[in-house]
Ligand binder design. Structure first.
Ligand code: NAD
Length: 285
């Protein structure tokens, strides 16, 4: 597969990340299929993409024609059979078993050239690819939140990923307006590993009663960070952030420095997943 052969992009999962990936793919001129199990997620995605594009128009970055063109290039669907494309980017729940099952099904209904990519934040690419017939066409394509704004994309090669695959994905990320960085497969890759202590230590400071959520965020923001750890976890999704920490804790053989927090676990149990659910460490209702 060459970059020029990519005409159609499939995106699986229309949540926080899938929405943004579908939006930038459509704006770059690709035909997009955005699939989710839940039609309500697709409705929210369509609404959010429309709003993001309206903001783009207000800022003079997108024209009204480009907005209409982008929205009409995205097929929002719950029909799995429509997921046939030149590259399929997965952005579903952060669970190895669910991702593996998905990719095996995708491989069965796509051509021998289709590139399969995962937006996983923490699950080893090599492990997801293990039972695929063509692990050489499987790669990590890790966007950052919000995906339509953040420039960085980590392109992660698993043990079996071919150089051709990672190169095409690297070039595609550039066409999507991103700044790609090649990375080898390692738990949390680069950014999530480096950033993990930001969340984990923030939660420890909270657990120890040293300060409260607002106090910690305010101090961290005053020291120059754009967002404190709690505001950022609410943006990312408290559930998603918890899954990533848990997966890294296990990947580093229960290294206590990555120990997931009970406070965070309880937020997940309560369904307080952050902005997307209306409540997390802060209230958005
Ligand atoms: P999310 O919870 O916002 O959305 C996930 C979506 O996937 C939901 O709409 C859900 O209905 C759908 N889904 C779940 N299982 C599915 C399946 N089997 N088939 C189709 N759809 C399914 O999650 P998110 O925050 O967008 O995260 C998605 C992936 O992206 C995860 O792997 C996560 O680690 C990664 N990621 C997240 C962020 C972030 O900041 N949220 C950043 C980078 C990477």
């Amino acid at each position: 597969m060459q970059l020029e052969d990519i005409k159609k992009i499939g995106v699986v999962g229309a949540g926080t990340m899938g929405q943004g990936i579908a939006q930038i793919s459509a704006l770059a001129g690709y035909t997009v299929v955005l699939y989710d199990l839940q039609s309500s997620a697709l409705d929210t995605a369509k609404n959010n993409i429309g709003k993001n594009l309206d903001k783009g128009i207000e800022r003079g970055k997108v024209t009204a024609e480009e907005k209409d063109q982008a929205l009409s290039s995205i097929a929002f669907t719950t029909d799995f059979e429509l997921l046939k494309a030149d590259i399929i980017i997965e952005a579903i729940v952060e669970r190895l078993d669910v991702k593996k099952e998905l990719f095996e099904k995708l491989e069965n209904q796509n051509s021998d050239k289709t590139i399969l990519a995962s937006n996983t934040s923490s699950i080893p690419i090599t492990r997801i690819a293990r039972d695929l017939r063509h692990p050489e066409r499987f790669v990590g394509m890790h966007f950052f939140n919000p995906a339509h704004i953040m420039k960085l994309v980590e392109v992660i090669s698993g043990v079996a990923t071919s150089d051709d695959t990672s190169k095409v994905v690297y070039e595609l990320a550039k066409v999507l307006g991103k700044v790609p960085v090649m990375a080898k497969d390692a738990p949390g890759f680069i950014v999530n590993r480096v950033a993990r202590n930001f969340y984990v230590e923030g939660l420890k400071v909270l657990e120890e009663g040293v300060s409260d959520v607002k106090g910690i965020d305010r101090l961290v923001e005053a020291s120059g960070f754009k967002m404190g750890p709690f505001r950022l976890m609410d943006l990312i999704g408290v559930d998603t952030n918890f899954s990533v920490t848990t997966s890294m804790f296990n990947a580093f053989h229960q290294d206590p420095k990555f120990r997931p927090s009970r406070i965070q676990e309880q937020k997940v149990d309560a369904g307080h997943h952050g902005r997307k659910s209306g409540k997390g460490f802060y209230d958005y209702s």
